[in-house]
Design a protein around this ligand. Sequence first.
Ligand code: CP
Length: 312
Amino acid sequence: KRHCLSVSDFHRVDIENLLRLGEHYLNLDVQKSPDRSVLSGKTLINLFFENSTRTEKSFELAGKRLGADVISMQVASSSIKKGETLLDTAATLNAMNPDLLVIRHSASGAPSLLAQKVECSVINAGDGMHAHPTQALLDALTLRQAFPEGLDGLRIAICGDILHSRVARSDVALFNMLGAEVRLVGPPTLVPLDADMWGAEVFHDMETGLQGCDIVMMLRLQLERMSGAFVPSKREYFHYYGLDRKKLGFAKPNAFVMHPGPMNRGVEISSEIADDPDVSLITRQVETGVAMRMAILHALAEAQPTNGEQRS
Ligand code: CP
């Protein structure tokens, strides 16, 4: 594939190949002294219209470790602030002949639109409430490390603010593709009406939703995407949906906990659970993110036309 826009663009065989390459880069010896010729002579531009710590920095690190020239555009100090449109910005960047463009945008579909306008590979680093495919891939790789026999048959609960979550949408699609049973657990106001069409069973209380689960993935309450009447009180939300020791007890005895970050401690997850090394895979997700993004960049670079071939 030339772009990485959404999980559904990939067949299972592509995903398996990407995860295998991710496993290769998880080896710290490989990661710290990788083959820099993989992206040597390539230019990667990070274009983040929404805040990011994990995704932006891991793409920057991944690109540099593989030998690319990496530019992270500061949107706040760019001409976007003078009113330049997304498409004009894209045309401007395209004229500089980058090879890889990583974009995060608040509008669902912005990366797909860009992919039609530029000649380089486009990677969706999160678009609105739509998709976050590289997060789903790193989550799947984290799970493969925790469950070496694979995701087939695992029961995974994704809990909290499902409505605004691009991570939930991409994770459900990918976990289903890899054979897991996915549940969505959240208050009725924060679960989309069509969620039962995603390929996941919907629950509105943690006790029944977490029964028999191998993994409990918590999501941040995305207050920035909510308006007035539907903003829950944080204290009440934690009481019903915040993951603490008692609620984790509804899942399987050795269940693991995940969170894509950034976390809001005391809102959707307690510090006691987030920081418990016996159950929390949260730091492991961040470590895995660098390896998985090295794999994605590597695979896209290999899929690009070589010199002399027509770019399409
Ligand atoms: N999970 C995730 O996308 O984190 P950032 O917003 O820090 O990139």
